[in-house]
Every structure is written in C-alpha cells, then in structure tokens.
Design a protein around this ligand. Structure first.
Ligand code: 4AD
Ligand code: MG
Length: 445
C-alpha cells in the first residue's frame, strides 16, 4: 500500500509514487490523455492519465469519471510549473486508479449559477473552489484568534446560549420556550465575561451568537460567531491597543498560511499587508463631519440620501462604507453617542451624552468588524441606565453585583468572525463565510 498523501503536502513527495484520496473536480479529455483535476479537501491537483502508461481498464475507468466521482489515484508526483491546482505547480503521473463511486449527475456545474440555487445546494456548494477557499481562510481566522488570545494571557471561558435577558438591545431577540418560561438565545456573551474577569483576569468567550435581524443586508446573519475578549483594569485607550494588535495578527497569519486560497480568491493582498499597528483613531464627532463633507460633495442623489445623518445617530452601512474608503487600514471610531449604543457603556468623562466606546471599521468599504467599549463600573449609574433602557432590574441583579464586590474599570470588545473573513477574503457577502448561513429567509439546509 502506497502512502496516502494530502494535496497540500504534495511538494514534499516529488519523485515518489503515492495515493491521493478524493473526488473528481473536473476532467479534460484530450484523447489519449485524460487530465483529472482532483480535490481532496486540502487542495486541488492535476492527475494525468496517459493511455500508454496504464492498463486499459484504468484508462477506461478514467474516461468514465463524472464530476464528483470518488476515487483513489495512484501516481508519481512531479514538478511542473504549468500544472493547475491549489497549490499549483505539481501534478501526478497516474499509474493506477480505483473508483469508489461514479457520481450521479452533479447539480452544480463549473459555470455560473444563481445564488438562490447555490444556497439551496449549500451542502454541495461548499465543495466549489471559491467556497472552499473562503472557509479555509475562516478556519485560519478562528485559529489565529485563539492563538493570539491564548498567547496573551486570556483564558477561554464560554458563556451560556440560553439567557434570561437581553444583552444588546431588545429588538433582535430570539425568544424560545424554556420549560414554560421565555428565554432568549444569546446576543452576546459579554455580560457573563464581565463576571468571569473577576475570577480569572482577562478572558474571552467564543461562540455562536443570535440576532433576529429583520434586515436583508449582506452584512447580517441571524446566527454568527463572535469572539469577545474582556479585560479588567483596562480603559478605552488600552483596549484600542489590544484590538489593533489582535486584528493585525489575524490578517498577517492569513497572509502567511492562506496565500494559495487568497490567490484563488484574487484578493489584492498588498492591501492586507498594510494592516499593521498603529491603526488610525477617529472620534465620532470628526467622523460625522467627514460624512457630512462626503455628502455635500457627492453628485449621486441616492448616496446623498443614504448619507443623511444627525449627531446622535449610529452609522449605517453606507456611512461606514464611505468613511473607510478614506483609510487604507482599519480605522477605530471612538466616542459614540450614548443614545446610539448599548446600556452598559461607561460615559465619557465630562460628556454624559458620549460613551467610551469604539468600533473598528475595516477598509475598502467593509465597515464594522468590531464593537467594544469600557463598561460602567459604578452600581448606581448602572441601575439608572437599566431604568432608562427599560430593562428589568431583577434579570440583571447578578450583573449589578459585579459592581459591588471589588468593581474595577474594565473593557472588552466583540469581533464577528464572518465580518472579519468577508473583509480578509475581499468578498461581497457574509453568507459565504459560514458553512451553513442562517438569514432572514433561510434556515435550509
Ligand atoms: O457591536 P456588537 O453588537 O457588540 C456586542 O455584541 C458587544 N457585546 C461586544 C463586546 O463588547 N463584547 O457586535 C459585535 C460584532 C460586530 O462588530 C460585528 O462584527 C458582529 O459582532 N455582528 C454581526 N455579524 C454578523 N451578523 C450580525 N447580525 C451581526 N451583529 C453583530
Ligand atoms: Mg456594533
């Protein structure tokens, strides 16, 4: 039995006869030569079947292969610059072929399909090159997140998904029945992480997050993954330093480890190479002025309409898109109005209408990837905010406790994995960055 090699490692096996286990992605028939593009989950490799090099039965089997047929290919690996694939530049001179199944006619051809059709067939679509590349980048983003946090003194402590109260505003709650009591799917783990910092120091939670988003935008999912670091003895300035280090590490890791995937996605990586600290900081007040200026200058009436904004409003996608076009790195917009943000944010000293909050907006028009802030540490102010936001004190008693027993200034942020991956991959829509997206009109498959 020859060694089973994974395509991502084939460069190490030049000159050796090995086995690849995978599926036929594409076949080009050149008469006596059959070019099989085989994928095995780690890459795509060209396997060349030359009629005179194999038994007749093997050649016939190669000719009968349909797209997605499952096969074990035996052959000698050779270097050839022209060979297509991921990573390209290597191919297999086939000596033997075992067919596990000749696939039934595959619904997804290597041509354009409508996105609804593709989403209905998401269980198959993920086999396609672009989708495969995006989800490989995602896996690296997730690992880079954990590596950086684990390596910088953060303890991973996961937080509950079934929660008795809103964490991020009451309009996007998913309610479910908990033995006769209403509970909600977690919109954030933050409030619980604020408890765990008092036991463990810097922590992070990392899990699925739910928002009943009624909007159909390309930036919103109803189920997404969020990593939320929380840090005691940390103010807004220190938080911004953590954020820029964290995001740079993730981007630089993808550039190093997912070059082939980013190339396949035709990502302009020179833009990502610029993502190193420091990131620009911009106050909300200044950002509002920049938006007003862009609005005044544009001749596009639709854009003019979309960019309408008064002080106090949160930015929407059009504002963020226009703002971030002005920067070639992520920009950290800080000091949002109290009325636009969540109840738990620490007020700006001397400006009660402003919070010590920061959103990180990704460049090239991608917009918000991170939301974060310093948290209220004073129990009386927190009680006042709960009342102002009409949130029930009973449900938050434990959260108020945290302000009674050794309260300290503390800060944290949440980064949506899909937002980060969308930007790093340079794609248009969040739905391609998660294996099985959940959206307003989609919970299948
Ligand atoms: O700005 P958000 O709502 O902040 C929080 O949830 C805080 N509790 C985080 C914290 O301070 N610990 O959400 C944080 C991030 C956003 O910047 C975005 O990346 C992502 O979560 N996000 C979404 N991603 C996909 N679909 C949605 N519907 C999202 N809503 C938020
Ligand atoms: Mg936000």
């Amino acid at each position: 039995m020859k060694e089973i090699v994974r395509i991502q490692d084939i460069a190490q096996y030049v000159g050796q006869e090995v086995n690849l286990q995978g599926w036929l992605y594409n076949r080009t028939d050149k008469g006596k030569l059959q070019f099989l593009l085989v994928r095995d989950g780690t890459g795509f490799a060209q396997c060349v079947v030359f009629k005179k090099d194999v038994p007749e039965s093997v050649f016939d089997a190669a000719c009968s292969l349909t797209q997605e047929s499952s096969i074990i290919v035996t052959g000698v690996i050779r270097q050839d610059e022209r060979a297509p694939g991921v990573p390209g530049g290597y191919e297999l001179g086939v000596t033997h072929l075992q067919v596990l199944q000749v696939s039934a006619e595959y619904p997804i051809q290597l041509k354009e399909h409508g996105v609804d059709f593709l989403l209905d067939n998401r269980h198959l679509w993920i086999r396609s090159q672009r989708q495969w590349a995006v989800l490989r980048v995602r896996a690296t983003v997730v690992r880079a997140i954990r590596d950086w946090l684990d390596g910088h003194g953060f303890l991973n402590l996961d937080t509950p998904i079934l929660t008795p109260a809103a964490g991020e505003g009451t309009t996007t709650l998913f309610e479910t029945d908990y033995f006769g009591e209403p509970v909600y799917l977690a919109q954030t783990g933050q409030l619980y992480s604020e408890a765990t910092i008092y036991a463990f120091g810097p922590v992070y939670c990392f899990g699925p997050t739910f928002r009943a988003e009624k909007s159909k935008t390309r930036r919103h999912l109803t189920e997404f993954w969020m990593v939320e670091p929380e840090i005691p003895f940390c103010d807004l300035d220190q938080l911004m330093e953590v954020e820029e280090q964290f995001v740079s590490h993730i981007v630089q890791t993808c550039l190093k480890e997912r070059a082939a995937e980013l190339a396949l996605l035709e990502r302009d990586t020179t833009l990502l190479e610029k993502v190193v600290p420091p990131f620009p900081r911009l106050s909300y007040d200044d950002a509002v002025e920049i938006v007003a200026q862009i609005r005044a200058e544009t001749e596009d009436p639709d854009l003019k309409q979309q960019l309408a904004l008064s002080w106090g409003d949160d930015f929407g996608s059009p504002h963020e898109t226009e703002l971030t076009k002005r920067f070639d790195k992520p920009v950290m917009v800080y000091g949002y109005p109290t009325q636009a943000k969540a109840f738990y944010m620490e007020p700006w000293p001397g400006r009660p209408d402003v919070t010590k909050s920061v959103d990180m907006l990704a460049p090239e028009g991608y917009g918000e990837i991170i939301g974060g802030s310093e948290r209220i540490s004073d129990p009386d102010l927190l009680l006042q905010r709960l009342d102002e936001w009409s949130l029930p004190r009973e449900a938050f008693e434990w959260y108020i406790d945290l302000r009674l027993y050794g309260s300290v200034p503390h800060s944290g942020f949440g980064m949506g994995v899909e937002r980060a991956v969308t930007w790093i991959c340079g794609i248009d829509h969040l739905r391609e960055t998660i294996a099985f997206p959940r959206m307003l009109k989609r919970v299948y498959p």
